[in-house]
Design a protein around this ligand. Sequence first.
Ligand code: GLU
Length: 479
Amino acid sequence: MSETVTAKAAKAAHYSFFEGVERNFDKAATHTRFEKGILEQIKACNSVLRMKFPVRIGDKIEVVEAYRVQHSHHKLPCKGGIRYSMDVNQDEVMALAALMTYKCAIVNVPFGGAKGGIRINPKNYTPFELEKITRRYASELVKKNFIGPGIDVPAPDYGTGAREMSWIADTYASLRPGEIDALGCVTGKPVSQGGVRGRTEATGLGVFYGVRELCNTADDMKKLGLPTGVEGKKVIVQGLGNVGYHAAKFFYEAGSLIVGLAEYEGGIYNENGLDLEAVVAHRKATGSILNFPGATNINNSLETLEQPCDILIPAALENVINASNADRIQARIIGEGANGPLTPEADEILLAKGVIIVPDMYLNAGGVTVSYFEWLKNLSHVRFGRMDKRFSENQNNAILNSVEALTGKKVTDIERRQLLHGPDEVDLVYSGLEDTMIGSYHEIREAMLKHNMTDMRTAAFIVAIDKVGVAYEELGIFP
Ligand code: GLU
């Protein structure tokens, strides 16, 4: 997301993005027990590094502006992505770093929040030039002690991916020869460079797990007048990027009907459900989502969001549901895959209509959760499942053989394979993510019930403040 809704709303209201985050914080803080000093410390950005460095691009020298902000040191290392965008500025990076602190707290990832940014449009540079910029940025971080497996661990964000993380890891390792945990200095790396299986789809999968838990909670569904479970529910997804595509895929596999899909060029709708992979193949072949056989075209992409459905997943741009269209949204559940897809006005309109809005700060935390698993893998220097996979399979085999001997019956070959299967890395990553998303959903839900509120966003902030506040209290404050 180049600029979140909070940033835009903040500008319109003449306060900065960071101040906007502080306002949300203040709203929730009134429901917590912490004294003013603790709340002030939680809110503050602890360290801000602004860099300007020269990079030779073609026959010219460009001065590149970049940042790394560590919002909170209540737990170490700090954690958060690095974005490459022309919208990067100090206030934006500070706000996004603050949001990382709260995001990590909500999903019980034991890190402080951070964020980095380089003010460039990556599309204007060759891979070689991007590598030079990235490596220079990484070496600036090393120079100032702003990166390291126990200090601050960057990750991908808007405009960056596994390739950039691999350059950062290599730069760090070459400047810190012999540091045994060097690979833990950054996450979101390719699997061949110490990355973890499941990181690519983690955010979309987290979106699915979070919404599925809401749908599995009978009392919440009763309030909406919907049956429990995601099976058969009608889903519209906006954005077929990494988050939207994977979220749609997991809903599809769970038996939901993907009735609508929206992309830049327009949207498509079919109340009987769309075949996701066929749509993706169609878009690849024709260059457009439109004219998919059996579906109705929606030329104005945004109108796709207004079609009938149970669940709407905006996973593309910020600000897409606002005062001008919120009234026409028919979904009963909105799951924020993107950062800030709803404006505060839209929030109010939809909450008044009884819609459940699952907030970004919780729902898209799957990425940082699996980053945490990657960091653990790097520190332990062993792939998840390496020690126990075969052991589990041998145990399962022995149990099954005994059961078959005792009953005199045999399971089928397919059943045998399923029952014997010991966990691979990806199985463990998925199960850790699933457990995290389910546990955090209920923590937020309990806060909603306790404070008698329907606003899940404020409840999520309360949960985060409670955890960070306790950590500060237990850390002790220096005299
Ligand atoms: N950039 C992602 C986020 O904002 C992931 C951060 C991470 O994995 O550290 O949540």
